[in-house]
Design a protein around this ligand. Structure first.
Ligand code: TXA
Ligand code: MG
Length: 302
């Protein structure tokens, strides 16, 4: 446990049991560590992650809390319920964990090993299910090892998961509570506390989590694959050979894709805040995490 906690604090990946499924955990406030999660899962795009905390009190400052959240959190935490709420302005959680969205998914797990890890690390832990992209969620430590192998730095073995099904995800960021994902907490139980709970409209039905993400897009046009600059543009650079530009942020001067992923949303927000005429984006190689980076860049440019 001590070793797992120090690995987490160093920005490494630790898989751990929760009551629902095993999670692939990283320090939620460390951009690079969160980027490593996506690299390990081999996700072709950045889907937002759930941030796990030791208590309601520890998570409350991360989001714009309200009476509905208070009510269901009181009733069901710790447990298999995830709440999606707007991030606070000074939320220290990596923007990559939210995949650039204005909202954050949070939950307090009940599994004793997860709770020990949260306490020992003293960090909030971002964790998707600990499997490679498009593989089944792991409910035993051996599943994690088989699916992720060397990509994970440590696995805490807490035996089989009791619930065995991912958490129920409820979006409380709008006027009407939305059931985004059925899961380990039954809908009937939720309805007692959220009588107006609805599924998302048929037209906006969420087939895969990635589709849910309202895509981050800056206020100005984005030009992908740029090799030179046009007047008034800001540059989102990649690698050592960036063209000269007045406003430039480099995703990774050494061309490291993990570092680039860690910087992506922060740099886009920062450039956008300067209100340039447009943002020129240098080409990013379409391999490994580069595929997810390019997916997000294309959506942001669309
Ligand atoms: O039981 C669970 O929830 C497990 C354990 C490890 O906690 N975690 C898990 O994570 O299933 P993952 O990444 O496999 O699924 C997270 C779900 C996805 O459907 C994702 O789209 C949704 O939560 N989600 C995360 N952040 C969101 C956000 N800001 N807005 C909407 N949906 C979000
Ligand atoms: Mg999953």
């Amino acid at each position: 446990m001590a070793r797992a906690a120090s690995l987490l604090r160093e920005g490494r990946l630790v898989a751990f049991p929760t009551e629902t499924v095993y999670g692939l955990g990283a320090d939620a406030t460390n951009d690079r560590a969160v980027a490593r999660i996506y690299a390990a899962k081999g996700r072709p795009s950045f889907n937002p992650l759930i941030v796990h905390g030791p208590s309601l009190e520890a998570l409350r400052p991360m989001v714009q809390w309200d009476a509905r959240a208070e009510c269901v959190a009181e009733a069901f935490w710790p447990g298999p319920l995830t709440l999606v709420l707007p991030r606070t302005a000074d939320c220290p959680v990596s923007a990559l964990a939210s995949a650039g969205l204005e909202t954050l998914a949070i939950r307090v797990p009940s599994h004793p090993v997860a709770r020990q890890l949260l306490a020992a690390a003293g960090r909030l832990i971002a964790a998707p299910s600990a499997n490679r992209s498009n593989a089944l969620s792991p409910t035993e430590a051996a599943h994690v090892v088989a699916s992720l192998g060397e990509a994970v730095d440590a696995v805490l073995d807490g035996g089989p998961c009791v619930v065995g099904l991912e958490s129920t995800v409820v979006d409380l960021s709008g006027a009407v509570p939305l059931l985004l994902r059925e899961g380990g907490l039954a809908r009937e139980a939720l309805l007692e506390h959220l009588p107006d709970l609805r599924r998302p409209e048929a037209g906006s039905a969420i087939k895969s989590p990635g589709m849910l993400a309202k895509h981050y897009a800056p206020d100005c046009p984005m030009r992908l694959g740029a090799v030179d600059m046009r007047a008034g543009e800001a540059l989102l650079a990649f690698g050592p050979d960036a063209p000269a530009a007045e406003i430039v942020l480099n995703l990774s001067e050494t061309g490291d894709l993990v570092e680039a992923a860690a910087n992506l949303f922060r740099h886009l927000h920062a450039l956008n805040a300067l209100a340039p005429v447009g943002i020129a984006v240098m080409p990013v190689p379409d391999v490994g995490l580069g595929r997810a980076i390019n997916d997000r860049l294309r959506r942001a440019a669309a």
